[in-house]
Design a binder for this molecule. Structure first.
Ligand code: ADP
Length: 444
C-alpha cells in the first residue's frame, strides 16, 4: 500500500510538472515569437520609411556602417533587388551572397503580402525570424533575427527542471511515507488491541469504521458469553429432571416403593420426562430460529385469523385453570411465516394463562397502531416486577422459578417470541403492573 501511494504521488507530480512546463513553455514561446515578429515588422517599417533604400544603392560607406551597428543588436538587414540579387547586407559582403529570390518571405513580399517567416538552422540550433517588405522601387527590404528554439529553451532549463523533479519526487516519497504511516497507525493499533479499541485515537474519517468494529467486537464477545451461559444453563436445566427420574428409578430398582407411592412416583417420572421433552423441544426451536439464513415461507397472513385459531387451541388449558380467553379486533394482514406467527401467539397466550389468577382473563387484540399491524396480549395475572421487564426475554430467565417449573415452563418461551419477532422485523413492547396484569404488544 505504501509503495502504491508513493508511486501514485510521484507519478502525479511528474505528470503535473511535465504538463505545466510544456504548457508554460508553449504559451511563452508563442508570445515571444509574436513579440519578435512585431519588433521586426516595426524595424522594417522604420527602415523603409527612412528612404535610404529607395535609391539605386546606399550612398556612402558611412551609411552602410550605420546599418552595421544593427549587427550588435543581432538584427540582420538585407536589401534585395527585383531579381533577387542582394544589394546590401549588414552582416556579410552583398556580392558574395547567393540570389535571394527563392526565400519564402522575399517571395511573399514581391507579391505584396506580409513577408513573415521562421526557419530553423541546424548549425546554430536557432530559429531565424524574417520580415520582408516591398519598397516603392520594387526592391525588397528584409530584416531578420535569430532566437532560441522552444526545444533549446527547454534544454537550457533542463538542469533546473531535473533538480526540481528530483526534489519533488523525494518530497513525494517522504510525504507518502508519513501519510501512509499516519493512515495505517490506528488500523495497526486496532488490529493488535481489539479490546482497547475505544482508547485508540483515530482520525475523523476512521471514526465510523472504528465504531463499527468496536460494536461488532462487543457483539461477538457478548454472543460468545451468551452461548457459554446458554450451554451452562442447558446442562443445568437438563440435569434436574434427569436426576429426579434416575432417583425415582433407583427407588423402584431397590424395591423401596410401596404400593401406595407407586402412582405418585410414576406421576413424578412422567412429569419430569415431559419437562425434559419440553426443554429439548424449545432448545431445538431456538437453535432452528438461530439459523436465520434458512429460507422461510413468508406469505400474507392475517393476524386476527391466526389469533383466533390459537385461542381455540388453548381454550382447554385456559378452562383447566379457570381463566377466560377472548379474542377481538380487526383483520391485519402481515407478510409472515404462519407457523412461526402461531408459535409466537401461543407462547404469549400460554404465559398469560399460566401466570394468571383464579377467574382471571386473557384477551388478544389485533389492531392497527401508528399505521402498523399490532397484536396485543393482555392478562389480568400476577404481573412482572418493573426491574425485570427487560430480562424476561433472556433465555432461561424466570421471575419465579418454582411457579414456572410447576406450570411446565422452560424459561425459553419469551426468548422464542423475541426471536420470531426479530425474524419478522417486529418490535415488542411490554407493560406490567404487579398483581394487576401484563400487556405485551408485537408491532409489525
Ligand atoms: P417460562 O417458560 O418460564 O414461562 P418465558 O420465557 O415464557 O419462560 O417467560 C419468562 C418469565 O417471565 C417467566 O418465567 C415468568 O416469570 C415471566 N412471565 C412471562 N410472561 C408473563 C406474564 N404474562 N405474566 C407474568 N409473568 C410472566
Amino acid at each position: 500500500m505504501k509503495r502504491r501511494i508513493n508511486i501514485c504521488l510521484s507519478a502525479l507530480s511528474l505528470i503535473a510538472i511535465v504538463t505545466t512546463v510544456t504548457g508554460i513553455t508553449a504559451v511563452y514561446y508563442g508570445l515571444f515569437q509574436q513579440q519578435v515578429q512585431d519588433d521586426l515588422k516595426q524595424c522594417a517599417g522604420l527602415l523603409a520609411e527612412s528612404g535610404l533604400f529607395q535609391r539605386a544603392g546606399l550612398r556612402t560607406e558611412a551609411e552602410a556602417k550605420g546599418f552595421r551597428a544593427f549587427e550588435q543588436e543581432d538584427i540582420r538587414i538585407t536589401w534585395i533587388d527585383k531579381d533577387g540579387t542582394v544589394l546590401f547586407d549588414n552582416t556579410a559582403e552583398a556580392a558574395k551572397l547567393p540570389n535571394h529570390a527563392d526565400r519564402p518571405e522575399v517571395q511573399r513580399a514581391y507579391s505584396g503580402q506580409n513577408g513573415e517567416s521562421t526557419r530553423y538552422s541546424g548549425t546554430t540550433d536557432m530559429d531565424t525570424f524574417y520580415y520582408a517588405v516591398l519598397l516603392e522601387n520594387q526592391t525588397v527590404l528584409r530584416v531578420s533575427m535569430q532566437a532560441r528554439t522552444a526545444a533549446n529553451v527547454l534544454k537550457a532549463a533542463a538542469p533546473v527542471l531535473g533538480a526540481i523533479i528530483v526534489l519533488i519526487l523525494l518530497s513525494c516519497v517522504l510525504i507518502g511515507h508519513l501519510l501512509t504511516g499516519h493512515l495505517m497507525k490506528p488500523l495497526e493499533e486496532m488490529a493488535e488491541n481489539l479490546d482497547g479499541i475505544s482508547r485508540i485515537a483515530v482520525y475523523k474519517e476512521l471514526v465510523p469504521f472504528s465504531d463499527r468494529i468496536r460494536v461488532q467486537h462487543e457483539n461477538i464477545l457478548a454472543a460468545a458469553k451468551s452461548r457459554q451461559d446458554f450451554t451452562a444453563n442447558i446442562s443445568h436445566e437438563l440435569k434436574t429432571p434427569i436426576t429426579a427420574i434416575s432417583g425415582y428409578a433407583e427407588l423402584i430398582e431397590n424395591s423401596l416403593v410401596d404400593a401406595d407411592s407407586e402412582i405418585h412416583i410414576a406421576r413424578q417420572i412422567r412429569h419430569n420426562a415431559s419437562r425434559l421433552l419440553a426443554l429439548i423441544n424449545d432448545i431445538i426451536r431456538l437453535s432452528e430460529l438461530d439459523h436465520s439464513e434458512l429460507a422461510r415461507p413468508f406469505a400474507p397472513t392475517d393476524l386476527l385469523t391466526t389469533a383466533e385459531e390459537c385461542v381455540r387451541d388453548l381454550r382447554p388449558l385456559a378452562e383447566s385453570r379457570n381463566v377466560s380467553l377472548t379474542c377481538h379486533g380487526i383483520s391485519a394482514v402481515v407478510n409472515a411465516d404462519r407457523a412461526l406467527l402461531e408459535e409466537m401467539t401461543e407462547n404469549l397466550l400460554q404465559n398469560g394463562i399460566r401466570y394468571n389468577k383464579e377467574q382471571g382473563s386473557v384477551d388478544v387484540e389485533v389492531t392497527i397502531a401508528e399505521d402498523r399491524p399490532t397484536l396485543i396480549v393482555r392478562d389480568t395475572g400476577i404481573g412482572i416486577p418493573a426491574d425485570q421487564l427487560d430480562r424476561v426475554f433472556e433465555r432461561f430467565y424466570r421471575v419465579d422459578k418454582s411457579r414456572s417449573r410447576k406450570t411446565g415452563g422452560t424459561g425459553l418461551g419469551l426468548a422464542i417470541v423475541k426471536h420470531i419477532a426479530e425474524l419478522h422485523s417486529a418490535t415488542i413492547t411490554i407493560n406490567s403492573t404487579m398483581d394487576k396484569g401484563t400487556e405485551i404488544a408485537v408491532r409489525f
